[in-house]
Ligand binder design. Structure first.
Ligand SMILES: [Zn+2]
Length: 274
């Protein structure tokens, strides 16, 4: 499943054909929305926003198209009149003079009043967005120390969209590695300094993944690994999907485990309890 950085990159692509543009034709194949979406023709798109893994397309008449890809949904951006070569089923099509944004396979599509997004059952439960420019690490460090979150394992917290929106499975492993904390530790087990490090790393690693298109390793390490002949699969992550391979930092063998029903990878030497 795509995580916050991938959804934001998808939003950037969609914004190229939608943002500031007038919708010339709109189509939705979900029966409950077919007529309402068709009436969006003539509306202008003010902005394309993401909140965690949710996509929000804000329209100029106070309404917002909300979609969530869940496991299978995927956006395509095409020249007007061209369809992608895919066996998926089209759910939503928005055509402007600049091109077409097409959503395939997603089942979660809603047309909402923009003013009521805050009371939406899913959106209202999201924590702050890890990619939001307004979120600073001090706020996140304080959040880690609140009664709601301080007693839960980091492995569980870092999949909870109510704690921090946009984090998914690869970011969970990578953030905990770069912060040097074991996955079964709880925020209350960490000293103030380590909690601050974890908060800072949560934001920097997620932003790096967005800017580097899914790569979480720092630039210098990526360059060194590339120089040694590594392909994307070899330089992308520090620990995720690297079971049995040597940690780039210390040489210890990376371990795979299950945590909250999802695979998690970590370095037992770099991520010792403190
Ligand atoms: Zn290590």
């Amino acid at each position: 499943m795509p995580e916050g950085p991938e959804i934001r990159l998808e939003a950037d692509r969609i914004a190229k054909v939608l943002a500031g543009q007038r919708i010339e034709q709109a189509q939705c194949t979900l029966p409950a929305l077919t007529r309402r979406v068709a009436r969006l023709a003539g509306r202008r798109v003010d902005a394309v926003e993401t909140r965690g893994k949710a996509m929000l397309i804000h329209l100029d008449h106070g309404h917002t198209l909300y979609s969530h890809n869940q496991l299978y949904g995927r956006w395509f951006v095409q020249k007007r009149g061209e369809l992608p070569n895919t066996g998926r089923s089209l759910r939503l099509a928005l055509h402007t003079a600049a091109g077409s944004a097409l959503l395939y396979s997603a089942s979660t599509i809603e047309l909402l009043k923009t003013a009521e997004l805050g009371t939406h059952p899913f959106l209202s439960r999201l924590g702050p967005d890890a990619l939001s420019a307004e979120l600073d690490w001090r706020t996140l460090a304080a959040r880690l120390d609140t009664p709601t979150f301080r007693r839960r394992s980091l492995a569980a917290l870092y999949l909870d969209q109510g704690f921090l929106a946009g984090i998914g499975n690869y970011l969970r492993s990578e953030i905990l590695f770069f912060a040097g904390v074991p996955p079964d530790a709880r925020p209350m087990d960490l000293d103030d300094r380590t909690r601050a490090t974890l908060a800072r790393v949560s934001l920097t690693v997620t932003r790096r993944a967005y800017e580097a298109r899914g790569v979480t390793n720092p630039h210098q390490r990526v360059q060194a690994l590339k120089a040694a002949g590594a392909k994307r699969g070899g330089y992308r992550f520090a620990v995720f999907a690297r079971e049995g391979q040597a940690c780039h930092d210390c040489g210890t063998t990376i371990v795979r485990t299950e945590a909250n029903s999802r695979r998690l990878y970590w370095c037992p030497s770099c991520q010792r309890a403190r």
